[in-house]
Design a protein around this ligand. Structure first.
Ligand code: UD1
Length: 420
């Protein structure tokens, strides 16, 4: 299993390019299953989760060709198996996103039931109830969700009682080929949902209210092929900005978009960062200063994203003052706190709240990554710690950060990967 070895203490400084978004690339790849012709998806990040989604498409008989720039052509017309098997779903929960598209296009789908994961129980009840409201018959049998519909799915009025990104995406993809009108209320407004909706529109879908919490979809008979460029990854962007802030550094990020992470930029400004933005770039400069601790509470977009919570907890750990971090989306998403405390942080946990009192410096230690974003926080902590930090189980990081050690090296960090 690979490990990252980090020798901390240097402010990050330099320029890097941000990759395409993992969390919009995944649903967009699933959406290609709706088309009746090949679809080309560009600017995909080269990440394990994307590779898993491509493997899933391939195992259903779908044609997938990739060029060296991670432009992928998906030919959904050769599909011959409507099953997402346990072996793949087990490694990536987002496999559930093929359920809506396959069912809408072919009237039958079998998807292994995704389990919980390190950050919480993560049910899919809203996905399933929404599909049932559209006329699907769903049974859970031998660990599989077995869904079928008698003819086309039917448009429906669906209120989602929790804001769910994946649920909104699955039901949106099902609705674009359903008969008649679907209204999705209390829909997630995350930029990745918008990116998916824009891609569906490029394929011929009729969707109104994109970017709002009410999506109105008029089902069409068919979707055609298109070429679509996935948006920049806002969480990767936020992670490098936060790493730079924690290390008192200065970074210029290219190929990104300041409009998709306003809540994060606001908090970085509160932490004392000077930010400059332009078309496609963001620059952060701490002018050598220690960050100030910030209070934050995670909530659905446009509020502060849960996927940035652990990185800010790491920044607060070395900041001036005390910051309170409240996690409201996933019940077990403060697990990195124990590892940070092993590095000398002063963080007290009270239920879903972390009270972080900044210390002047952390101390390097061997630590264990437990999920994707928690791993990013340990890397940030390692970069600001005195001495050596060894981050184990970094397969979690490889699910979400393209070339993380190369990018951090470009910013001057002392970091290397070793196989053990
Ligand atoms: C997506 C993101 C993940 C991010 C999360 C919240 C992808 C691949 N992953 O995950 O990085 O952290 O959004 O922004 O895009 N819930 C239910 N019933 C359901 C579905 C969800 O109760 O049927 C609950 C979940 O347990 C959670 C909350 O809704 O408490 C939000 O989850 P959701 O938005 O669905 O997360 P994902 O789509 O799985």
């Amino acid at each position: 299993m690979d490990k990252l070895i980090i020798t901390g203490g240097k402010p990050l400084s330099g320029e890097i390019r941000i990759s395409g978004s993992k969390n919009s690339g995944l649903p967009i790849l699933a959406a290609t299953l709706l088309a009746d012709a090949p679809v080309q998806i560009c600017n995909l990040p080269h990440l394990n989760d994307i590779t898993t989604m491509l493997a899933l498409l391939r195992c259903m008989g779908v044609g997938v060709t990739i060029n060296e720039k991670m432009c992928v052509e998906v030919d959904p017309t050769t599909i011959n198996d409507f099953t997402a098997p346990y072996e793949l779903v087990r490694t990536m929960r987002a496999s559930i996103l093929v359920l809506g598209p396959i069912l809408a296009r072919h009237g039958v789908a079998n998807v292994s039931f995704p389990g919980g994961c390190a950050i919480g129980s993560r049910p899919v009840d809203i996905h399933l109830r929404g599909l049932e409201a559209m006329g699907a018959e769903i049974q859970v049998d031998e660990g599989y969700i077995r869904a079928k519909s008698n003819g086309r799915l039917k448009g429906a009025h669906i209120f989602m009682d929790v804001v769910t990104v994946g649920g909104t995406e699955n039901l949106l993809m099902a609705a674009v080929l359903a008969e008649g009108k679907t209204v999705l209320e209390n829909a997630a407004r995350e930029p990745e949902v918008v990116d998916l909706a824009n891609c569906l529109v490029a394929m011929g879908a009729d969707i109104k209210g994109i970017g709002t919490d009410t999506l109105t979809i008029h089902g069409v008979d068919r979707l055609h092929g298109c070429t679509y460029h996935v948006m920049p990854d806002r969480i990767e962007t936020g992670t490098y900005l936060t790493a730079a802030a924690a290390s008192r550094g200065r970074v210029m990020l290219k190929n990104t978009d300041e409009h998709i992470l306003e809540a994060v930029l606001l908090k970085l400004t509160e932490a004392g960062a000077s930010l400059r933005t332009g078309k496609g770039w963001i620059e952060l400069d701490m002018k050598g200063n220690r960050p100030r601790a910030v209070n934050l509470k995670t909530a659905p977009y446009p509020a502060f994203p849960t996927d940035m919570q652990s990185q800010f907890t790491a920044m607060n750990a070395v900041a001036e003052g005390t910051g309170t971090v409240i996690e409201t989306i996933f019940e077990n998403r403060l697990i990195q706190v124990h590892e940070l405390n092993r590095m000398g942080a002063n963080i007290r946990l009270e239920g879903n709240t972390a009270i972080v009192t900044g210390v002047e410096t952390l101390k390097g230690a061997p630590v264990m990554a437990s999920d994707l974003r928690a791993s990013a926080s340990l890397v940030i902590a390692g970069m600001v710690a005195q001495g050596q930090t060894i981050v184990d189980r970094i397969y979690h990081i490889d699910r979400g950060y393209e070339c993380i050690e190369e990018k951090l090296q470009l910013l001057g960090a002392n970091i290397r990967r070793v196989a053990s």
